[in-house]
Design a protein around this ligand. Structure first.
Ligand SMILES: CC(=O)N[C@H]1[C@@H](OP(=O)(O)OP(=O)(O)OC[C@H]2O[C@@H](n3ccc(=O)[nH]c3=O)[C@H](O)[C@@H]2O)O[C@H](CO)[C@@H](O)[C@@H]1O
Ligand SMILES: C=C(OP(=O)(O)O)C(=O)O
Length: 437
């Protein structure tokens, strides 16, 4: 377990580029299994979760070539499907959640897909019913080995079907979509997740020869084809990382420009930060955040009642940014209720912030009220450990704004999703050191 040592309280300044999107890359990398032809991918983030998935694909026999920084080719023409029932796979496969999306493509192309129950973040229950209900609708048989926590689906052939998902699951939609592109006949997926990364997956699949309509909506219509071909695809900038940089700039009162953010794909994210009183300027495709030397003031609702910021399926606010928003609110002028509707255990990290001096009331596992300090009192440095990726970056932001030297242990959680975060922070003037153990 490595540690970050952070001396907080310094203002940062400069430009940053967001990495390619982790959650898009996880879907896109699984889609390479749909064709024996070569796929070239650009803007692949160099982070633990993605590197683990690439390693998994390699063990499955995918030929992988590095073509340049963040650019690679993948060819799934000679796979070793026995790997899927090996003990190695039972360990490797559960190392990250995104590996679940290998099941849909494998089922579609080879008639079988297996996966151990994914491990990962301590953020609450994360069921997979939507995924498997979808595969069953397409004609697959399903089994779950409770002793080994191992899921399996098999089918002689998949046949298109109409389905109404029980919830707009992001990875569930991606998985079912990747199975249905090679099914016989027409599939409709209603209550589909429709966030930009699903749209990107649809765009890639269509350029491979799939026939998907309704892209960007919650009703996808897929006309099955018999085979898919190779393609080239570039990942969007990571919107969660962009939100994290915005939060970091505001909380450390730093002047930062985030380059090439892909504004049209950010949905409600910029306006959500604006509701906290943070100034964001659209400069071409960049976000400019001035140094908030006079702080930032949370807006109330029109009737004067306290603002609530809550997550919702796209185009609502992603739950992955609520931890960052919460930490930023601890230094705002005013109060806000953070309502994390999707995950049950994602707010417990606020105990660390309370230890640091933040004014937070955790009402229940889903809701926390934050009363901002308006920079009249700095957070105190402390030692902490990161329970999940987004709590990790939020604690890092808190430490960068705090007085004194903080330590964050278990930083692998942050490295899961943020590429060379310490190098990039140092380039902006942060005092941060990585202590490898
Ligand atoms: C690899 C990847 O892409 N991970 C993302 C993906 O996870 P993932 O696809 O696993 O998340 P899901 O969309 O399946 O569900 C997330 C949580 O929200 C709940 N839920 C979902 C849909 C809904 O309409 N109502 C509802 O309550 C689910 O029960 C679950 O607790 O989407 C999540 C929700 O944006 C993000 O936090 C994850 O970072
Ligand atoms: C929860 C997250 O990721 P995953 O679904 O991969 O665990 C996240 O990116 O915040």
């Amino acid at each position: 377990m490595s540690t970050f040592k952070i001396e907080g309280g310094f203002k940062l300044k400069g430009e940053v580029y967001a990495q390619g999107a982790k959650n898009e890359a996880l879907q896109i990398l699984c889609a390479v299994l749909l064709t024996p032809e070569k796929i070239v991918l650009s803007n692949i983030p160099d982070i633990i979760d993605i590197n683990k998935l690439i390693e998994l694909l390699g063990k499955l026999g995918v030929k992988i070539e590095k073509l340049g920084p963040n650019k690679m080719s993948f060819q799934a023409d000679e796979l070793d499907l026995d790997y899927l029932i090996s003990d190695d796979f039972k360990t490797d496969g559960k190392a990250l959640r995104g590996s679940i999306m290998m099941v849909g493509p494998l089922l579609a192309r080879f008639g079988k897909g297996y996966i151990p129950k994914p491990g990962g973040d301590k953020i609450g229950r994360r069921r997979l019913d939507t995924h498997f209900d979808g595969f069953i609708k397409l004609g697959a048989t399903f089994r779950y080995n409770r002793e080994e926590y191992f899921y399996g689906v098999e089918a002689e052939k998949l046949v298109g079907a109409d389905m109404l998902l029980d919830e707009a699951s992001v990875t569930g939609t991606a998985n079912i979509l990747m199975a249905s592109v090679l099914a016989e006949g027409v599939t409709t997926i209603y209550n589909a997740a429709c966030e930009p990364y699903i749209q990107q997956l649809c765009k890639m699949l269509n350029s491979m020869g799939a026939k998907i309509q309704g892209v960007g909506s919650n009703l996808l219509t897929i006309e099955g084809v018999t085979a898919l071909k190779g393609c080239e695809h570039t990942m969007l900038p990571d919107m969660i990382e962009i939100g994290s940089w915005i939060g970091l700039a505001a909380m450390t009162q730093s002047e930062i420009t985030i380059k090439n953010v892909g504004w049209e794909h950010l949905g409600v994210i910029p306006n959500t930060f604006r509701r906290l009183g943070i100034t964001l300027e659209k400069r071409g495709d960049d976000i400019y955040i001035p140094a908030h030397t006079d702080g930032y003031e949370i807006q109330n609702f029109i009737d004067g009642s306290i603002l609530t910021i809550a997550d919702a399926p796209w185009p609502g606010l992603t739950p992955d940014l609520l931890s960052v928003i919460l930490v930023v609110a601890t230094q705002a002028r005013g109060e806000v209720l953070i309502h994390q509707k999707m995950f049950e255990s994602r707010l417990f990290f606020v105990d660390k912030l309370i230890d640091m001096g933040a004014k937070i009331i955790l009402c229940d596992p889903h809701r926390a009220v934050i009363i901002g300090h308006d920079f009249k009192s700095q957070l105190k440095a402390t030692k902490m450990s990161s329970p999940d990726i987004r709590a990790g970056i939020s604690l890092l932001i808190a430490a960068l704004s705090a007085k004194g030297v903080s330590e964050i242990q278990n930083i692998e959680q942050i490295d899961r999703g943020y590429e060379a975060i310490d190098d990039r922070l140092r380039a902006l003037g942060a005092h941060i050191e990585r202590i490898e153990e």
